[in-house]
Design a protein around this ligand. Structure first.
Ligand code: SF4
Length: 499
């Protein structure tokens, strides 16, 4: 039994025990195999528990009897980092596997490693340090940035072959280097994207009131996306749409109903599933409280909206992304004004009075009129009877792998100016606008375009334990990145290259 030496550690352990005590497992998972792996979600427990990847990795990594995979998450106040699945602490594990899905979470990985005494540069790690594996969505479009941190970067979806290989790894017979080489037996080159998700779709392993989606069973019904919108990494790097057959959806939902009636369907665009009406019908007949991850406006099903409304969903969410047709075309979103109008009316017909709209601003080629048209869409929503309208806006972040790769973000002063203008326009409509932090958006831009120099400087800020300094540093680096990128002028053509 581990000796607990301070009040702080007791408190930390109590928090973990409380969280664990409120979990209700819907899958039978044994995590006592000899090859021990710490699965770490580098964000808070509520966010980790809302991530299907976290659930799925925990389930799949524990299928071979020889693997014992336990869950951890990021808590910046934690010192010992207790497992959610045993009395162990993270330093008891020789393999730490981070599942990273958001750029800002990479910063949490760095802070966590530094706090736990692990050098941020893989070349400085020695036998006493754990092997750092990094995987997750980011591996599909910014693998090179992850390679600055990880001893081993796994690209793409978790493949059975990788887990089987892991199960054969007898750490006691290996040095750090030979263990990493052993993992390489299962090729790390090329991304792993399955052709079908029939045998590897993800679903919740446990329910908890402490998730972002409290006590909701999440089910992945499709993976990838066929639309390839110009700005979206999903459309460009996660492969085309692969759908879970209706029979499997019904089977999973029937099993979930033994535990909860709250169900969340997860897909890039839920209504792209060819059998979504049948799923909606099943939800209605079984009085499920249904929610969805996102809906595409040009293929909405009235049936699905009714199923959503009959549960606890009071708000209907869609993402026109651009206020004007010009911006939607630039974003490759391919939604017409008519599509948007039909979607709004379908929402009202289904009984929704609240609507949430997502928009992107700072799109290369956009002008003041395009921003103005965002408020026209909001005004139209009110005209057709929505009583509560909320708007969420974020600047375009040119990410690797998308059609905007290589473009630059506007300087912060310009982004703030656009935000001020949009805020004023939306205030006039009586709508509360929720803006994604400019500081974080710019930081995402820099992290997703990381190079040697940027990583070195960022690691230095982390070593000084200064989160604010790290943000300041990232924002300064955005000027360096943008200075080397192409200008984009109003007529939509490249004007010149600075360097
Ligand atoms: S924005 Fe939606 S529809 Fe477009 S590529 Fe991304 S996930 Fe697909």
């Amino acid at each position: 039994m581990r000796r607990i030496s301070s009040n702080r550690t007791w408190k930390e352990l109590k928090t973990i025990n409380d969280l664990r005590g409120r979990e209700h497992f819907v899958k039978d998972i044994s995590c006592h195999g000899p090859s021990r792996v710490a699965l770490i979600f580098p964000n808070t427990y509520d966010v980790a528990s809302a991530s299907l990847s976290y659930h799925d990795l925990f389930y799949r990594m524990n299928i071979p009897e020889d693997v014992g995979c336990e869950r951890f998450f990021y808590d910046e106040t934690a010192r010992s980092h207790f497992s959610l699945d045993s009395p162990s602490v993270i330093s008891d594990f020789r393999i730490w596997a981070f599942s990273v899905h958001f750029e800002m979470d990479l910063l949490n990985v760095l802070f966590m490693l530094h706090d736990l005494g692990v050098p941020l540069n893989p070349r400085e790690r020695s036998e006493k340090h754990p092997i750092i594996i990094i995987g997750g969505s980011l591996s599909l479009f910014m693998k090179s940035a992850l390679e600055y941190v990880g001893d081993y970067v796994y690209e793409g979806e978790l493949a059975e072959g990788f887990v089987e290989n892991l199960a054969k790894l007898k750490l006691e017979e290996h040095t750090r280097q030979s263990a990493i080489a052993f993992l390489d037996n299962y090729s790390r080159t090329g991304s792993h994207l399955s052709e079908s998700i029939l045998s590897n779709h993800a679903e919740s392993s446990y329910l908890t009131p402490n998730s972002v989606f409290p006590n909701r069973f999440l089910l992945e019904i499709s993976r990838g996306c066929r639309h390839r919108c110009a700005f979206c990494v999903m459309g460009h790097t996660f492969g085309g749409s692969r759908h879970l057959p209706y029979s499997s959806i019904e089977e999973s939902l029937s099993q979930a109903m033994n535990h909860t009636k709250k169900v969340g369907l997860v897909a890039a665009e839920v209504n792209d599933h060819p059998d979504i009406d049948k799923v909606a019908q099943f939800a209605l007949e079984n009085e499920l409280d249904l929610s969805v991850s996102s809906l595409r406006a040009d293929s909405l099903s009235g049936h699905l909206l009714k199923a959503l409304r009959s549960g606890s969903q009071k708000q209907f969410t869609i993402a026109p992304e651009g206020g004007s047709q010009k911006v939607r075309n630039l974003l490759g979103k391919a939604l017409s004004s008519k599509d948007i109008e039909i979607a709004f009316r379908l929402g009202r017909d289904a009984g929704f009075e609240r609507i949430k709209l997502y928009f992107i601003y700072d799109v290369p080629g956009e002008d003041g009129n395009d921003l103005q048209e965002i408020s026209s869409i909001v005004s139209f929503c009110r005209d057709i009877g929505y009583s509560r309208i909320s708007v969420s806006l974020n600047p375009l972040i040119p990410k690797p792998g998308t059609l905007f790769e290589g473009y630059k973000m506007s300087p912060i002063s310009e982004l703030k100016e656009k935000r001020r203008l949009l805020m004023a326009l939306l205030n006039m409509e009586g709508v509360k606008a929720d803006f994604e932090s400019i500081r974080e958006s710019v930081s995402q831009y820099v992290i997703s375009n990381m190079n040697d120099d940027i990583y070195e400087g960022l690691a230095e800020c982390v070593q000084n334990r200064e989160k604010k300094e790290a943000f300041r540093y990232l924002i300064n680096q955005s000027l360096t990145i943008s200075g080397k990128r192409k200008e984009w002028v109003r007529n939509g053509k490249e004007e010149h290259t600075c360097c």
